[in-house]
Design a protein around this ligand. Structure first.
Ligand code: ATR
Length: 286
């Protein structure tokens, strides 16, 4: 990389455990280089049980801000001094900003990323048009549910292996939320406009969640948050049924864009295809 590190370099990064596989440094540094911004984006792997001390150490001008990934998204919100409404709604943060006065602001751009991916890969999809289904009831599912609710979805159906967790997530959505056990997925999928796999099943080698996607209307859009591989078995099945699909890489890029602007004060530059870069990296790692 031809960039120089100067006395004015703005430092940002991503914190996760593990973090080596994160594509965020690739995306942000490509944008920084193209825009000619004096900044750098690095990866941090704090201890899993002490996010607070790690984050406090970045305050007071050391680092401008960080993205936060698994397993720290809930901890990031809890150690912040202030949080945006969308971080509160998702009950998690994927973005922390370290202010000049020493305070920490929590934000969440995952919802923007999710909707941006739909807008790009399923043009014409309207979250207001009907019920959406989220498979899973962990942090990722909660964030997706909050984003669809905020975008005007009339009903958000939470389908999960552990029904108590589905009930909890659906309950937080008020009138808009409904919960289903995984065994009742067929009923949940009927009439759905979109289905999002937000389980961690695909993150584990060979793991997958069995969902009867044939129960969805032909017009339903199917998304998987996992992007390794880009076309997961879940998306393969959806495509075999002729459904439109949205991949997790679209969401990754979609959440990175507003994060970049928060760190470096301007939107990512045009003229560089970071999706292609990320795809090459994923391909190389596969
Ligand atoms: P995250 O914060 O990434 O969402 P999480 O909080 O651990 O991770 O949640 C993982 C979700 O994936 C849960 O909804 C989990 O179901 P349970 O609540 O029943 O544990 C779901 N999940 C993981 N592996 C699964 C599998 N093999 N089949 C079905 N659901 C699975």
């Amino acid at each position: 990389m031809s960039r120089q590190i100067s006395g004015k370099t703005i430092v940002a990064g991503v914190a996760g455990q593990p973090v080596w596989q994160s594509l965020s440094p690739l995306l942000h540094n490509a944008w920084l280089e193209t825009a000619g911004i004096d900044g750098v984006y690095v990866a941090f792997a704090p201890p899993a049980d002490n996010f607070r001390d790690f984050a406090h150490g970045l305050r007071g001008g050391a680092v401008r801000g960080i993205n936060v990934t698994l397993p720290f998204k809930e901890a990031a919100l809890s150690i912040s001094d202030r949080a945006t409404p969308r971080a509160k709604r998702a009950d998690a943060a994927n973005l922390l900003l370290f202010e000049a006065d020493g305070s920490i602001i929590a934000d969440n751009t995952d919802g923007i990323g999710l909707l941006a991916a739909f807008a790009l890969q399923a043009p014409g999809f309207d979250p207001k048009a009907g019920p959406v289904v989220i498979i899973g009831a962990g942090g990722a599912a909660r964030g997706a549910a909050a984003a669809f609710q905020a975008a005007g979805a009339p009903e958000v159906r939470i389908v999960n292996r552990t029904i108590a967790k589905a009930e909890f997530v659906a309950g937080a959505l008020g009138e808009c939320g409904r919960s289903f056990h995984l065994d009742e997925a067929r009923g949940a999928l009927a009439g759905a406009t979109a289905v999002v796999n937000a389980t961690s099943a695909g993150l584990i080698n060979g793991g997958r969640v069995e969902i009867p996607l044939d129960a969805t209307p032909e017009t339903a859009v199917i998304m998987d948050m996992v992007y390794t591989p880009l076309i997961t078995p879940f998306l393969q099945e959806a495509q075999a049924l002729g459904r439109r699909t949205v991949d997790g890489l679209g969401m990754l890029v979609g959440q990175a864009e507003p994060s970049f602007e928060a760190f470096f004060g301007r939107p990512p530059p045009e003229g560089i295809d970071v999706r292609a870069l990320a795809l090459a990296a994923v391909g190389a790692a596969a």
